[in-house]
Design a protein around this ligand. Structure first.
Ligand SMILES: Cc1cc2nc3c(=O)[nH]c(=O)nc-3n(C[C@H](O)[C@H](O)[C@H](O)COP(=O)(O)O)c2cc1C
Length: 406
């Protein structure tokens, strides 16, 4: 497998989180180069690289940056999304722990490109230890005079999965309850207190220094035509060596699992993989056999790459218990704004509990699918459609296990 450390290049160095180590290994070098380019030229470089957002959706970053006004009378903002609450996803916290200065460097370049003077890093409330590391790095950067033209504030959420959704995140930053906003009809920036705001994932921003330093082609040299570059894929569940390992898009999933993860834990057989955090459709072991890790390949399987957080399940996994586990999460985390989501997540969770207690009937299985249908496409954000797809996938691919419990 090709070595392609773009974001994780300094992860293994002792004290890699400090400014001293970062600078000794090329940290902040891009800032010297920055003034050679106008803000619009930086956006062009990002567009040419086809950098895709690494927070789950894979939206082209350059196109989003381009929506930010260059001559606004209102201040522009950058909000970096470090809510990272999707079960199975823990890559952004690796960046913050191992190389927070890479993120700060990326923030400075991004703010220059979108003409923002203030960036916020939104971090989930429970991640106090990561916030402390991040704040330490920001303090170092202030002391070193790196933040003369741009302020960075860490904003701690109160701990809600929905606050990772970009508009709920901004509501939360405005001091309100984290409810997603209605989507605008046309493409436009997000708004923070009525000011144009760009929301990007931590890893997306941490990839920017490499691209600006080495050029769009250097980034496109990795990955596939449509999914260029790399991702910090992660593995958890029944894997020998769980962790976060950077690989290029287009890598074979099974090769990745064997090479970095050492295969399935205890030498057991693989039963299923959730490829990108729990909101991505579950895949059977057979479906994973010739699968590559890129947006297009996963879409063809009617799943998605999400954040690249793979959850492995071995041959002994009870898929009804696994679904119950996921539905408890959705039930707990639904923000309650839309009725199909508020009611559907709770109802489906209770029905699966009933099936696990061996009190379920065939009608309950049909009811589960009916609820899933009601949750799909009828809500403000994609939380309920994701929960719906998870129910349908588990029942379609492992129906015999559900029936055996009736
Ligand atoms: C329920 C929900 C939770 C999300 N959680 C996160 C998150 O923790 N981190 C993240 O970067 N994006 C998350 N997203 C995606 C964001 O809405 C947004 O698309 C992303 O932050 C944009 O950054 P990117 O273009 O760099 O990926 C979530 C979306 C939904 C619907």
């Amino acid at each position: 497998m090709r070595d392609c450390k773009i974001v994780s290049r300094k992860f293994e160095l002792p004290n890699s989180h400090t400014l001293e180590v970062s600078k000794a290994h090329g940290g902040y070098k891009t800032l010297e180069k920055l003034r050679e380019h106008s803000p619009l030229e930086i956006i062009d470089i990002i567009k040419a690289s086809n950098l895709r957002g690494k927070g789950g959706g894979g939206a082209p970053a350059g196109e989003k940056w381009e929506l930010m006004p260059q001559n606004s009378l209102k201040p522009s903002f950058l909000a970096v999304n470090c809510d990272e609450s999707e079960p199975g996803t823990f890559k952004d916290r690796q960046i913050i722990t191992k190389d927070p200065h890479l993120l700060i460097e990326g923030i400075l370049i991004t703010c220059y490109a979108i003409r923002a003077k203030h960036a916020y890093i939104y971090i989930r409330g429970e991640y106090k230890q990561f916030q402390d590391i991040l704040q330490g790095a920001i303090d170092e950067a202030y002391e070193d005079g790196l933040l003369k033209e741009c302020d960075i504030t860490v904003h701690r959420g109160a701990g809600a999965y929905i606050c990772g959704e970009k508009s709920a995140l901004l509501e939360s930053m405005e001091g309100k309850r984290g409810h997603p906003r209605l989507k605008p009809k046309q493409k436009e920036p997000e708004w923070f207190f009525d000011n144009p705001t760009l929301v990007n994932n931590v890893e997306t921003i941490a990839t920017v220094p490499f691209i600006v330093q080495n050029g769009a082609d250097a980034y496109r040299a990795f990955g596939t035509e449509q999914s260029p570059g790399t991702l910090l894929f992660s593995m958890s569940g029944h894997v020998q060596k769980p962790g976060v390992y950077e690989a290029e898009f287009g890598t074979s999933m099974m090769e990745y699992i064997r090479h970095f993860g050492g295969g399935v834990k205890g030498g057991k057989k693989l039963k299923a993989v959730i490829p990108g955090g729990v909101s991505c459709g579950v895949l059977t072991a057979e479906e994973c056999e010739n699968l590559t890790l890129d947006y297009e390949a996963l879409r063809c399987m009617r799943s998605s790459l999400g954040t690249g957080g793979m959850i492995l399940m071995d041959e002994d996994t009870d898929m009804v218990v696994a679904l119950k586990n996921i539905l408890e999460f959705y039930h707990e985390e639904s923000c309650g704004q839309c009725t199909p989501c508020r009611e559907g997540t709770g109802w489906s969770d209770k029905l699966v509990a009933k099936i696990l207690e061996k009190k379920g009937t065939k009608e309950d299985l049909n009811k589960l699918l009916e609820i899933a249908d009601t949750m799909n496409g009828k809500t403000i954000c994609v939380f309920a459609p994701a929960a719906s797809a998870v129910i349908v996938d588990f029942m379609r691919k492992f129906r015999d296990e559900f029936e055996a419990k009736l």
